[in-house]
Design a protein. Structure first.
Length: 210
């Protein structure tokens, strides 16, 4: 079973600027890559990478893996509609993978941190994990999305949780939904629509009068 954990980054003004600068450069790179996708009419990550990889690194100052992630984001977006050139929000999300993101101290939870690759290299940030998610963070797997929302930064991480114990019911109830009768179950009990219909009529008359 998959579930999403929302993790808040506790950043000062310098940290926020560093992350914003990285986001802006990343999404500018995506806009640049989108031109090649549109001109080539291709969403092939391998093909587009050969065309733009070195230019993107030089123009936007992204690390090797952030460049790969920008290419992947652009190609995935272009697959949705190949008739238009994609455009990306200035502070759109960045998908981080284990090569450019590392969690620290998750088991302790007193001083948890995350290390992220930015334009200024690898930087560590304190993080806040809600108590509700505390037991899940050790199960974080795969890629993590960095989101900017209302002036704050969050990581949305996917956790692979064990399935609940299957329930083996002793009995079951079949229900048939209708109009005249809202429902009729397999025991023969019916649930009339009269009260609901009366409420609808009353509401329509009141709406008309208003």
């Amino acid at each position: 079973m998959k579930t999403i954990v929302k993790i808040k980054l506790l950043t000062d003004e310098i940290g926020k600027k560093r992350l914003l600068d990285t986001m802006e450069a990343f999404n500018q790179a995506c806009d640049y890559i989108a031109i090649s996708c549109f001109e080539q009419q291709s969403a092939s990550k391998f093909r587009i990478q050969k065309l733009v990889y070195h230019d993107v690194r030089e123009k936007f100052g992204l690390s090797a893996q952030l460049t790969i992630r920008a290419i992947a984001k652009t190609c995935d977006a272009y697959k949705l509609n190949k008739k238009v050139k994609c455009e990306f929000k200035k502070h759109g999300s960045i998908t981080y993978d284990p090569r450019i993101l590392t969690f620290k101290g998750l088991h302790d939870l007193k001083y948890p941190q995350v290390s992220l690759t930015t334009l200024d290299g690898r930087r560590s940030f304190n993080i806040e994990i809600r108590e509700y998610f505390a037991g899940r963070v050790s199960r974080i797997q795969g890629q993590v999305d960095l989101i900017h929302k209302k002036g704050e930064f969050y990581l949305y991480a996917t956790c692979d949780m064990p399935e609940d114990t299957p329930i083996s019911p002793d009995d079951c109830l079949g229900v048939d939904l209708g109009v005249k009768n809202i429902a009729v179950d397999n025991t023969g009990k019916s649930f009339s629509n009269d009260k609901v219909e009366a409420c609808r009529v009353k509401t329509l008359k009141l709406r008309s009068n208003l």
